[in-house]
Design a protein. Sequence first.
Length: 273
Amino acid sequence: MTTTDFADLALARRLEAMEAFCCLDTARNVARIRPEIPSAAEQIAGGWAVFTGVGSPISEARGLGMDGPVTPAEMDRLESFYHSRGDAIRIEVCPLTDPTLHQLLAARGYQLLEFSNMLARPLAAGQGREARASDAQITTRIATPAEGPLWADTVARCFAGQMAITQELIDVVSCWTHSSIGSCYFGYVSGEIAGGGSVAVNAGVGLLGGAGTVERFRNRGVQQALIAARLEHAARAGCDLAMTVTLPGSGSQRNCERHGFRVAYTRAKFALD
């Protein structure tokens, strides 16, 4: 973000809608590529409730209340969507959402789980090129659909110890290489796979996500190269805005801020068993 940009409701709507659409795209791809995995999506309260398995990080509601009030009946639908599938309800809540959502969460006993930062930056043609890795040993390329399991396993291993890595999660994430709006990148050090990251483009917004570096290759500039490659990808696709989501104060946030991202706002995740 530059000093001329302002994180107002219009910007928040673009960012939240893009993330919700990407999760919807994931659910659709899972249904097409991995029909044995239960997946579903339903538009509720201006956002999307998405399910790709119990406990999946994709199985959350996003974008609710960004276009107006949320009603008790809509919350009933949301809770039924997840409870009927044996899962808890998890909702990512933008601070600019309609106040009725906050009121309903409090009245129904939702608990705060965590915070995350929504970061954004403007994009122009050619951006990302100037930040390509200066180390010739570090390279990037797009994974093919057939390499989906390898890419998913590579990125998942980067988060071992932080979350449960199951075969079902690998199978869900591998579907990202089949997306019509997204691409998955490998990062290499001297020809050896060292990490990965994804990018999705829609409605002029490029979403950078799914990023991780294998532990023994960290602090080598792999993520810097992957961020640059994905920014260039989004710019080539005609995006005027790039976005990403990180944990507050994390290494991921620091890496993204080195590439011009700035915190637009901090979100809260709420849950109800």
